[in-house]
Design a protein around this ligand. Sequence first.
Ligand SMILES: C[S@@+](CC[C@H](N)C(=O)[O-])C[C@H]1O[C@@H](n2cnc3c(N)ncnc32)[C@H](O)[C@@H]1O
Length: 215
Amino acid sequence: MLMNKVETALVASPPRRWLQRWYETPTLIRLGGLPAPGSRALELGCGSGYGTQLILERFGADHVDAVDLDPAMIRRAQRRLDGHADRVCLAQGSATDLPLSLDARDGSYDAVFDFGIIHHIPNWRDALDETVRVLKPGGRFYFDEVTAIALASRTYRLLFDHPEYDRFTAEEFVTALQERGLAVDDRVLTRRSGRYVLGVARRTAGREAGPTAAE
Ligand SMILES: C[S@@+](CC[C@H](N)C(=O)[O-])C[C@H]1O[C@@H](n2cnc3c(N)ncnc32)[C@H](O)[C@@H]1O
C-alpha cells in the first residue's frame, strides 16, 4: 500500500534519516551483529534509498538489491544512490513477489532488511514467506516494524494511511517469523509500550520456540 503525502514527506525528511542512522542502525547492529563481509543484501521497501546507503556504509554489504512499490520512490533512490550504481540494483515491485529483474533466487541473500515497510502490506505474511525464500540458511533478517498499537493511535490515524485489517502486534510478528523458521531468540525488543518492534532473525531449517520480545 502506497504512502500518503504526509508520510512521503516524513520518510524523506532529515529527522527520519537521523533516526535511521543514529538509532535504528546501531540498535539492529547491537542486537544481531553485522552480516558477513562481502555479503549480498536485499532491502524491502527502500523508500528514498537512505536505508540502502546505510546497508552499504554501516552494515558493510558488498551489494544491495532494493525494491519499492512506488515508482516515484525508486526514482528518488536512484538519484541518491547514483554514486553506488555498481553495487546497487533498484527495482519497482512488491516485497510479496519480488521482481524478476532483481534475480532474487531461493537462498541467494545473506541479509534482508525491513526498515518499517511490512506494516504497509495488507498480505504481510506473504512478504515474510518471500523473505524466507530468498535468505540463505543462516542469513539474517533485520526488521524495524510499526505495530497495530501504533497504527491505532490518534496520530497515526489522523496523519497516515495503512491497511485497516490484519495488523500485527509485536508478539504476532515475532510468532510469524518463528513459524517460518526465522529464529529470533533474544535478538528483539519493543519500544514505546509495544508500538514498535526491532530485531534480527536468523534463517534456520526448522521451527523455533515462542516470542521473547522484551521492553
Ligand atoms: C514507511 S515507508 C519506509 C521507507 C524506508 N524503508 C524508510 O525507512 O524510510 C514504507 C515504504 O514501503 C513501500 N511499500 C509499501 N508496500 C510495499 C510493497 N508491497 N512492496 C514494496 N514496497 C512497499 C512504500 O512505497 C514506502 O516507500
